[in-house]
Design a protein around this ligand. Structure first.
Ligand SMILES: [Ca+2]
Ligand SMILES: [Ca+2]
Ligand SMILES: [Ca+2]
Ligand SMILES: [Ca+2]
Length: 248
């Protein structure tokens, strides 16, 4: 009788741990249409993979392919080299990636936050945007603006973090539906937990504005209860295992 009770409790503990773990979400593609396209030219159509802005240079080197949200961590994937930028043979200039602009009230007052990206040092800083905040324009494509932030001085620094420059995983490439034989880069490690409870929109482009990338999503921080359940479940399991071991 005792062993039946123990098995039932053990199963219950396992179920608690499993349920708690499964509330952590899988990576999701939060890319949305950038809103600018011309259906008659394949690289100027309404998608992000193998797409650049209307009239721009068409190749994988300039292609931003998507935003991925994995729990609260944001990644950007593309054929563009986020860390080093891209040395354009046409003019000998190395074009860099931009900052990430965030809107949480659907553009009623412009952007609300900016993730100020430091590609050279592999770090980022998250600021609130104020009336004094300025914007650096792209060199070529007007509708892709803004490219980078020009801090006015009264922005609040919310926190800073470290960027990771890697390649996307096979799962991430499948998620974005891109060609696995192409070269892809990824910048990740961007923590969006500060946007908990907000539906947010993202804006990202390159120095020239050659490709504009937009995203929309929300982060779901696990409820404090989830952690308690996970802890209780784990403690129960450890308890049962140690009792069992002692008896063996
Ligand atoms: Ca477009
Ligand atoms: Ca694109
Ligand atoms: Ca592509
Ligand atoms: Ca685009």
């Amino acid at each position: 009788m005792k062993s039946i009770k123990k098995s039932v409790l053990s199963l219950l503990a396992f179920a608690i741990v499993f349920t708690s773990i499964s509330t952590f979400a899988d990576p999701v593609d939060i890319t949305v249409s950038d809103g600018y396209y011309n259906n008659y030219r394949s690289w100027y159509s309404n998608r992000e993979d193998n797409e650049v802005e209307i009239g721009c240079v068409r190749n994988q080197n300039w292609d931003l392919e998507g935003f991925i949200l994995d729990d609260n961590e944001l990644s950007i994937v593309g054929g563009f080299n986020f860390k080093d930028g891209y040395l354009y043979p046409g003019d000998g200039h190395t074009y860099k990636g931009g900052d990430i602009f965030i809107d949480i009230d659907d553009n009623t007052s412009g952007f609300n936050f900016v993730i100020d990206m430091d590609y050279e040092n592999g770090t980022y800083k998250v600021y609130t945007i104020t009336d004094k905040t300025g914007y650096v324009k792209t060199s070529d494509v007007n509708y892709s603006n803004p490219y980078r932030v020009d801090l006015g001085g009264d922005e609040e620094l919310l926190f800073s973090g470290t960027l990771d420059f890697t390649g996307p995983t096979g799962e991430e490439l499948d998620l974005l539906g891109v060609d696995k034989t192409d070269v892809h880069y990824k910048v990740s490690g961007i923590d969006l937990s500060f946007l908990d409870n907000y539906e947010f929109k993202l804006h990202y482009t390159l120095e020239c504005g050659n490709d504009l990338l937009k995203g929309q999503g929300s982060v779901a921080l696990p409820e404090p209860g989830t952690f308690s359940l996970l802890l209780i479940g784990s403690m129960c399991m450890v308890g049962f295992w140690s009792i069992r071991r002692r008896k063996d």
